[in-house]
Design a binder for this molecule. Sequence first.
Ligand code: SAH
Length: 241
Amino acid sequence: MWRATVLTLFPEMFPGPLDASVLGRGRAEGHWALDTVNIRDFSDNKYGSVDDTPAGGGAGLVMRADILSHAIDAVPKDNRPVLCLSPRGAPFTQARAHELAKGGGLVAICGRFEGVDERIFAARDIEEVSIGDFVLAGGEIAAMALIEACVRLIPGVLGSASSVREESFEGGLLEYPQYTRPREFEGRAIPAVLLSGDHQRIADWRREEAEKITRTRRPDLWERFLADGPIRRDKNKEPKR
Ligand code: SAH
């Protein structure tokens, strides 16, 4: 079973939001599992401290590599990658979520304070991962976001597999706009093509909208989409530049 093990100073934060809705149901039904390790349990002193002042001076506290290494070593990895949430990590992507969802799970280390002693990354096989260019107070919410992105891709967790296939990032594009009843909302109608029943026209319209939204909102994604070539693109249609 796909398993996430989270190393944290705040195990009481878990499962938290991961137990709501489809993820919670998926866990109850045995599609995935979650456990936490309290890093404080590996403290070597009676105060339970896990951090110390930064070498070289400066503000804050740094999590100690020795204590962290004991916590990491106590976790059965079972071939799962060990990730450390960090704003300096490689940006987490939908592609990485797919890779992780296909494997046996992951081990996530949540930093606190100023982060962790740099030597842990050389001493253990750890991948630093960021969920965005902003700074959180700790890795816990970042770990939850990452786990949620993976778990919803595990077969059986979401109702419909096709709703995953057509989503933002899946084909290299952001998703087209979605509408539902009522047909008119504050004088704004649902685009007529979506009510036409013409599946080809609807698909073409959605495709064009997805390209337009990606081009205007995320030029970085758009450039990559164009560069990726026709394998990921619809072979019959060249995108409008
Ligand atoms: N001083 C560090 C930030 C520490 S924030 C720096 O400037 O890089 C404290 C902890 O929050 C980090 O160790 C990390 O685990 C987590 N965190 C903060 N922002 C994050 C982000 N964007 N992605 C993933 N984890 C993050």
